[in-house]
Design a protein around this ligand. Structure first.
Ligand code: SAM
Length: 239
């Protein structure tokens, strides 16, 4: 069953123009068709009561929670070839509650202001689509594209950064994630194709970030983000 993020007033439901178009012209809705709607984190079963104008009404609230007990925030570096878009789509499916895109010293991509805006708008569409498809109760939030220093200052209960130089070190990820309690926020940062510079790693540790190893192999940046999100979700789902 389709799910839309919408607003409501009493039992009346209001879709965005894009979603209205999708419902009427792509899904070819008929009166009586049922769709799920999320408004401010609450999930409802609704029914199409008229096509022109497009009107839906609430049938009943639904209980289904697609959210993780603790909040995962993925800080990812802008990547070439749309690989950062993969982080957004798959990270949303895996339960991330927010994303922090950033540019650090070894990031290959350099964007003009205009291109940043275009990329950000694309990011928003990807996250909204993935949240709807994966039946999330919330659309993960997206911070503006930050600098490395701004990312280090981003507030969270826990700050972890995946450091490739730890690849042959102690595999400390289980202990790191075990320290995250329900309701807390864990900010996990993954570096760009060129990795973190030693100075950046040192600055992160000085700012109280914990470096974590993702195992003995060097993962591509997008793989590293999705590995972190998968492990986090795996541990959280059982809570
Ligand atoms: N240029 C780096 C090198 O050759 O060592 C590799 C960077 S890797 C492609 C991109 C990011 O993925 C790293 O900055 C790190 O955040 C993460 N990463 C990849 N493999 C990792 C591992 N085994 N342990 C911790 N982090 C890893």
């Amino acid at each position: 069953m389709e799910r839309f993020f919408a607003s409501r007033n009493g039992n009346d439901v209001f879709l965005t123009p894009e979603d209205e178009h999708h419902l009427l012209h792509v899904l070819r809705a008929e009166v009586g068709m049922e769709v799920e709607v999320v408004d401010e984190g609450d999930l409802f079963l609704t029914k199409v009561v008229s096509l022109n104008p497009c009107r839906l009404t609430i049938v009943r609230p639904l209980e289904r929670n697609g959210e993780l007990p603790a909040k995962l925030v993925l800080a990812f570096s802008l990547l070439k070839g749309g690989h950062d878009e993969l982080v957004l789509m798959k990270g949303t499916e895996l339960g991330a509650s927010a994303f922090v895109p950033f540019i650090s010293s070894r990031c290959i991509i350099r964007l003009e202001e205009k291109e940043k805006e275009k990329r950000f708008a694309r990011y928003q569409k990807i996250v909204a689509g993935a949240a709807s498809q994966s039946k999330r109760l919330t659309v993960p939030s997206l911070s503006p594209i930050l600098s490395f220093a701004q990312t280090l200052a981003y507030p969270a209960d826990h700050h972890f950064f995946a450091y490739e130089n730890l690849a042959d070190g102690t595999f400390n990820l289980p202990e790191a994630f075990a320290s995250v309690k329900p309701g807390e926020t864990a900010l996990c940062m993954v570096g760009p194709e060129g990795g973190f510079s030693p100075e950046e790693a040192k600055e992160a540790v000085n700012k109280g970030w914990t470096s974590v190893s993702l195992g003995r192999r060097i993962l591509r940046a997008e793989t590293a983000s999705l590995y972190l999100a998968s492990v986090f979700a795996f541990l959280e789902e059982r809570k």
